[in-house]
Design a protein around this ligand. Structure first.
Ligand code: SF4
Length: 367
């Protein structure tokens, strides 16, 4: 296979890497957003924030961070807590596996690192939920190590800076990007400032759809800007259509409370609560039969579409008043206020509860 060819206005020399790193550091020092994890920085605050920030925008994490840290101020405090207490803080953030990783990592930090977050990349990589990017981020930001980082923001900034037309997800582009990030972190003054600055530049200036090149500290040396190819770099991933999964939600209610069940350890909602869910094929002609319930006649009260990274979920929502003596043998279940559940509920579950509350507001007649 031939090598990828592209013009590059930013030679990979030490001098150019140094000039680029300095420009980013100066810009970040003057323009950093005020975010909760940037004040009173400790390794634990950096660790928690990095796991929360995986796949989630900083503004959403900022809404939750202080309350979570107040309840779990140290790895030991989190390791001793029930996972449900952590999941309550995580409600609505999605990607709940991260919460379980954070809980497990806290336990490992206590057992293997005397309760102190390790700051070397190799040690960090042993912890659940920590990959190359997260390890580099914590090691550089909390530990000052010269560890490179590459996430979506960094990948975009560096591809545009170098006018690199590689496709997102392409292994060669990935290798080149890590190499460029390594050169910058070696040449910079402060790895914490450089790495956070790179991420911040991608999040706020070199954005995917409308980069504000006039405000960019790299504007004078950026190849994509010179070529007018910002919109085409990086080339998007070849997309496969998301498979669609059809489910039925069964909202059983009585006296203003709804029945929620807890996900089992082998399903995608492990540890989180939501209404009873069935595959579409289990529904017949207005009657819904769940093996854990007696047969109930359900009213269809709405529909929810929920998009996950690799899957589209379409859910018909049904409601019914609980038949007398309903039992859920063997299932974890709870009757709770749909507007303010007492247990951590998945994002999909919260959407379904929203449909139910709207139906109550519209006085929909339940069967
Ligand atoms: S000049 Fe524009 S395209 Fe280039 S790095 Fe800056 S914001 Fe991105």
């Amino acid at each position: 296979m031939g090598a990828v060819r592209y013009r590059c206005s930013v030679p990979a020399s030490g001098e150019h890497a140094k000039a680029t790193a300095q420009a980013i550091e100066r810009w970040f020092t003057a323009n950093a957003r005020v975010l909760p994890w940037r004040t009173g920085r400790t390794p634990w605050r950096a660790f928690v924030s990095e796991l929360m920030l995986q796949q989630t925008q900083a503004a959403r994490v900022a809404e939750r961070f202080d309350a979570l840290i107040a309840d779990f101020p140290t790895p030991a405090a989190l390791a001793q807590a029930d996972i449900d207490d952590l999941l309550k803080h995580w409600q609505g953030l999605g990607y709940y596996r991260r919460a379980r990783h954070l809980h497990a990592a806290a336990g490992m930090i206590v057992e293997q690192f005397d309760g102190t977050v390790p700051l070397d990349v190799d040690d960090l990589l042993q912890l659940p939920g920590v990959g190359r990017y997260t390890a580099g981020s914590i090691a550089s930001i909390a530990g000052g190590r010269r560890a490179p980082i590459v996430d979506g923001n960094v990948r975009r900034v560096l591809a545009r800076l170098h006018g690199d037309p590689g496709r997102s997800g392409d292994c060669d582009l990935e290798d080149r990007t890590w190499q460029r990030a390594q050169e910058l972190v070696q040449a910079c003054g402060d790895p914490a400032v450089l790495n956070e600055g790179l991420m911040e530049l991608g999040a706020t200036v070199c954005t995917p759809k409308s980069p504000t090149c006039g405000q960019c500290p790299l504007g004078n040396s950026c190849q994509a800007r010179a070529d007018g190819t910002q919109a085409a770099i990086p080339a998007p991933k070849a997309r496969r259509a998301r498979p669609v999964e059809h489910l039925q939600a069964l909202l059983v209610h009585r006296r203003g409370r709804v029945l929620l069940t807890k996900g089992t350890s082998d399903d995608r909602w492990a540890g989180l609560w939501q209404p009873l869910m069935l595959e579409a094929s289990a529904v017949t002609a207005g009657s819904v039969f769940d093996s854990r319930l007696t047969a109930c006649v359900m009213s269809t009260i709405g529909h929810v579409s929920h998009t996950l990274t690799h899957r589209q979920i379409e859910v018909d929502v049904h409601g019914t008043e609980a038949p007398a003596g309903v039992r859920l043998a063997g299932a974890d279940h709870v009757w709770t206020d749909p507007a303010d559940p007492a247990v951590p509920v998945s994002s999909l579950g919260r959407k379904i509860l929203g449909v139910f509350i709207e139906a109550l507001d519209r006085d929909v007649a339940f069967a």
